[in-house]
Design a protein around this ligand. Structure first.
Ligand code: NAD
Ligand code: ISE
Length: 342
């Protein structure tokens, strides 16, 4: 059997074979280069077997620790639900395996801090967090434009984040911890600021929202660079998947996410199509994200969103969930940023 870490291709265990995990298995096997899937894990053993079956040389497990102990696993992609991430990450650290962990790093700040402390104990980064918008072509253009300084200092960032329908079990708090988690990262990454306070306004819920779910919400961030950021999160909008952002700076504005790749004129009307979900809208971003992870890992490096970014996002989301429940403005508390993440 090949020794761990000596095969040419990165041998990946994918933990969680639901919607994202199964799509990442397809991506590793059919889209990107330099890696193959040698293990899949799901607490639903039948699901793991079904995802493993068409993949040559891929074993199915129902216990993440058993997969991570296997000799033909060099790296781990965590795509189980957020509450299961901490255990998977800590086990990966025990086996000294590099990890791509889907967002959120963990669902709350205390557990994210435990992961951060465990990684600090290793003395080097091991984790890339799956904030894939950092790999999206439009967000990258916006980031590059801001970097030129032509627009001047950012003053405000307006975000819209709409999903067709929320999945079963989605709660009011998850609009923030699961969905707005992306805007917390986008804000920190685009502006280079930390978010210092969160306020959540609650419009009368849409009649299309499941009973008892506060949807939509209007979330406001304040940042340590003096910017104000708003996020409309609306996860039962019914008509499509839309993620849009407009930055307002001292000398101009820039806007992405209008999705006007093709406009048709027909029968007295003009228009285009709207993506229906994130696997469509962000397909290229996921591809680039995974290729970047595989390339860096094969070089023995860790790049992209860090455990610090995952922790900061968790802390902001926790403040947001409190602001949603209690009303008013909630300040974000962060520990001092360790040197490993500066
Ligand atoms: P899902 O419910 O479709 O799939 C999760 C799978 O994990 C299920 O098959 C479940 O049986 C399995 N599972 C549960 N606990 C497990 C455990 N302890 N070990 C192994 N498997 C376990 O969920 P999903 O939509 O695929 O989401 C998975 C992750 O991906 C979440 O962290 C979610 O936030 C994230 N996500 C990211 C994006 C993005 O745009 N980046 C989009 C959707 C979901
Ligand atoms: C989901 O988990 C994602 O990460 C999607 O990108 C987001 O649009 C959706 O709202 C979340 O539930």
């Amino acid at each position: 059997m090949t020794q761990r870490g000596t095969s040419e291709e990165l041998r990946v265990a994918v933990i969680g074979t639901g919607r994202m995990g199964a799509d990442h298995v397809r991506r590793i096997q059919q889209v990107i280069s330099g890696a193959r899937v040698t293990a899949v894990v799901d607490v639903d053993a039948e699901r793991a077997k079904a995802v493993a079956a068409p993949v040559a040389g891929c074993a199915a497990y129902s216990d993440p620790a058993a997969a991570m102990a296997a000799a033909d696993v060099d790296a781990v992609l965590v795509a189980s639900p957020g509450p299961a991430h901490e255990a998977a990450l800590l086990t990966a650290f025990e086996h000294d395996l590099p990890v791509l962990c889907e967002k959120p790093l963990t669902p709350d700040a205390a557990s994210a801090l435990r992961v951060l402390e465990a990684e600090l104990g290793l003395g080097r980064r091991r984790v890339q967090v799956g904030f894939m918008r950092r790999y999206d072509a439009e967000y990258l253009k916006l980031k590059a434009l801001l970097g030129t300084g032509q627009l001047g200092r950012p003053l405000m960032l307006h975000n819209r984040h709409r999903n067709v329908a929320s999945p079963p079990g989605f709660t009011s708090a998850m609009l923030i911890s699961d969905s707005v988690a992306h805007e917390t990262d986008v804000t920190r990454w685009l502006l280079g600021h930390e978010i210092t306070a969160v306020t959540v306004l609650r419009p009368r819920p849409s009649a299309n929202a499941p009973d008892g779910i506060q949807d939509p919400q209007f979330v406001v961030f304040e940042t340590d660079g003096g910017a104000v950021v708003d996020v409309e999160i609306f996860v039962n909008c019914g008509f499509g998947y839309q993620v849009q952002a407009e930055i307002v700076c001292e000398r101009g504005t820039a806007r992405i996410g209008d999705g006007h790749a093709m406009v048709t004129n027909m029968a007295g009307r003009w228009g285009g199509t709207i993506a229906q979900d994130f696997t469509d809208r962000f397909a290229d971003a996921y591809d680039r994200e995974l290729q970047a992870w595989v390339d860096a890992t094969r070089q023995g490096e860790v790049t992209g969103p860090s455990v610090w970014d995952g922790y900061a996002a968790a802390a902001v989301c926790e403040a947001g969930v409190r602001a949603l429940a209690e009303g008013g403005r909630v300040e974000v508390e962060l520990v001092e940023r360790p040197a490993l993440y500066r």
